[in-house]
Ligand binder design. Structure first.
Ligand SMILES: *Cc1c(COP(=O)(O)O)cnc(C)c1O
Length: 384
């Protein structure tokens, strides 16, 4: 079937109108920075003019102070988290630090942290940085090998749900169970899976998780991240960034810290309301679509990408698994110069050293014609 026919039959095609996108551009980098939902600009206008200008400091009591927990609970259904375990705050890097610090604190006598060997570098840097304070040994292990590599020495392991380079999807239930079998805690990074595929944190018994809102959740550049703490750990979740926003009674201005009874204890400082309001507005889109439909389209877009490559560019070296154990991207070997040439033709992907061209498939707005254009573009830059 042609790309145009596939777009005509796409049940999610209408959702693209929710986004501010130029039809002449094929945007295939929603895995790095999601496209702007139109409703975000309206919401920010409202927050600035009505709430900030209209209510001034009183707006903190009109819903600003509790926004991190409220918006966290809106992300909950997308990650299989019952209410009260997810909060929006800080960056993914900072939240990973908090989760990992709390995890090792729960595991006295264990002296090792495992880190996904192919992780986005920040996660490894954070683990190394924490270990510099705690004295843990950090060992880098492929997620597939983690259950075998973990031992009674392992305090916790950081695993990416979807590998940011290849798009490989890791088996959350099996890896989590394997870690638990030796008493290690599982810290999952959902940056490349949240908003594109169903996730069952509660169902898998995951201990802690973190993720971005500016990738497939379209919250805007640098939008605050989220952190999930499983209910069973909530009252023992102790991290070192004990700022006042995580205090049980922040406005009592006590000189002693007592962490909030709930997920609020994962907060540190004053929430960034403008950025958070953008995330909130972007999440409204989930009232219109289901994660199952989004996942189905993401896999179909990937399959179509592979078909086009097989037909038009059989010499392409594809790094993304063809089976459904993948997220929503297709990675092909290529150069930074090729990426630039593609951008000149209105095809926007990204390049990760040493030789990977990534094309993100964001089912809320990516069209089959975008995939077809990308493959035609690759043909011309790789064989032309
Ligand atoms: C995008 C991404 C991050 C980004 O972290 P920030 O703190 O938002 O810069 C972290 N981890 C992974 C796996 C990512 O893909």
């Amino acid at each position: 079937m042609s790309a145009a026919d596939l777009d005509a039959r796409d049940p999610l095609a209408g959702i693209r109108a929710e986004f501010d996108l130029d039809p002449a551009v094929s945007y295939l980098d929603g895995n790095s920075l999601g496209a702007p939902p139109r409703r975000v600009a309206d919401r920010l206008d409202d927050v600035i003019r009505k709430q900030w200008a209209g209510r001034l400091i009183q707006a903190w009591d009109d819903g600003w102070w509790d926004a991190p927990e409220r918006i966290g609970d809106r992300i909950g259904p997308l990650i299989g988290a019952a209410a009260g375990q997810t909060v929006v705050c800080d960056s993914t890097s900072v939240n990973l630090f908090k989760a990992l610090a709390a995890a090792v604190r729960l595991q006295p006598g264990r002296d090792e942290i495992l880190v996904d060997a192919r992780t986005f570098p920040s996660d490894g840097y954070i683990a190394d940085g924490l270990a510099g304070f705690t004295g843990h040994t950090v060992r880098r292990v492929d997620p597939v090998d983690m259950p075998a590599a973990a031992s009674e020495r392992t305090a916790a392991a950081v695993v990416n749900h979807v590998d940011y380079v290849t798009g490989r999807l890791h088996d959350m239930p099996a890896i989590t169970d394997g870690l638990h079998a030796v008493g290690a805690l599982a810290v999952w990074d959902l940056c490349h899976s949240v908003g594109v595929l169903p996730i069952q944190l509660d169902g898998c018994g995951v201990d802690f998780a973190v993720g971005c809102t500016y990738k497939f959740l379209n919250g805007g550049p640098g939008a605050p991240a989220f952190i999930y703490v499983a209910r069973k750990w909530l009252d023992r979740f102790e991290h070192p960034l004990t700022g006042w926003a995580g205090h049980r009674d922040p406005f009592a201005m006590s000189s002693d810290y007592t962490g909030s009874a709930g997920i609020g204890r994962a907060r540190a400082g004053t929430p960034d309301i403008l950025a958070m309001s953008a995330v909130d507005a972007a999440l409204d889109i989930w009232d219109l679509v289901s994660i199952e439909d989004v996942r189905a389209k993401g896999l179909a877009l990937g399959d179509f990408f592979f078909e086009c490559l097989d037909e038009l560019l059989p010499s392409a070296s594809v790094l993304t698994p063809r089976d459904p154990a993948r997220g929503h991207q297709v990675s092909v070997a290529g150069t930074a110069a090729q990426l630039k040439a593609l951008a000149g033709r209105g095809i926007i992907g990204d390049f990760r050293p040493p030789n990977v061209l990534r094309f993100g498939l964001a089912p809320l707005y990516t069209r089959y014609v975008d995939v077809e254009r990308a493959v035609h573009g690759l043909v011309s830059v790789q064989t032309g």
